[in-house]
Design a protein around this ligand. Structure first.
Ligand SMILES: C[S@@+](CC[C@H](N)C(=O)[O-])C[C@H]1O[C@@H](n2cnc3c(N)ncnc32)[C@H](O)[C@@H]1O
Length: 192
């Protein structure tokens, strides 16, 4: 698939591709990935477009308005129908529930030298890197169907996750000083 890029929007990288490859394989075992799927932090839209092309009904959000505009335009180019919304994490979808929630989060601790605040937002996940993901997991049960899964990219450079989630690890990728992996998290006590 071809994508337009924008210097104010996260350009698809190894983590984006690892997540896409994992989801493409996992859809056989997890039909939730062809159901109603919410992607948080869509960036260029690469993950949302891939899920839509697998047959999912996709809603994708981003706090960065340039990302929402770019992803919308990339979806239009490929004739894919996706709902794009701008806002902070789950705020744009209210209390709607989804079969799966997918996110390649910002996960690095601060310290990078970014000349654009939107790029820093795309990469830095809070003081120890994991705070964005922790916030996502605290709020996720309200927006997830009881048997649904949260599909996340994790970096070994980020901190620890909140307790209470069952975790299954999928693909991993090693770099010189970092390990990336994709996990599916499910919550045993989600109530309607
Ligand atoms: C690592 S990028 C991933 C982009 C794309 N999904 C990919 O895999 O290439 C993280 C994205 O999260 C977005 N983001 C950061 N904080 C956010 C927030 N509080 N609410 C929604 N999106 C946020 C960033 O703007 C960025 O587009």
């Amino acid at each position: 698939m071809g994508y337009q890029v924008d210097r104010r929007v996260y350009e698809p990288a190894e983590d984006s591709r690892l997540l896409c490859a994992t989801l493409e394989k996992a859809v056989v075992r997890f039909p939730e990935l062809r159901g109603c799927v919410l992607e948080l932090g869509t960036g260029s839209g690469i993950v949302a477009l891939m899920l839509a092309s697998l047959g999912a009904t996709v809603t994708a959000t981003d706090l960065n308005p340039h990302a929402v505009a770019l992803a919308r335009s990339n979806a239009r180019e490929q004739d894919l129908t996706i709902e794009f919304l701008q806002g902070d994490l789950f705020e744009p979808v209210g209390d709607r529930r989804f079969d799966a929630i997918v996110c390649n989060p910002p996960y690095l601790p601060p310290g990078g030298d970014y000349d654009d605040r939107w790029l820093a937002l795309a990469v830095e996940g809070g003081p120890s890197g994991i705070e964005f993901t922790q916030r996502l997991l605290v709020d996720a049960p309200r927006n997830l169907h009881p048997k649904g899964g949260v599909w996340l990219v994790f970096s070994s450079l980020a901190g620890r996750l909140p307790a209470g989630w069952e975790r299954e690890r999928f693909d991993t990728q090693d770099f010189e000083d970092e390990n990336l992996c994709v996990e599916r998290l499910s919550h045993p006590t989600i109530n309607i």
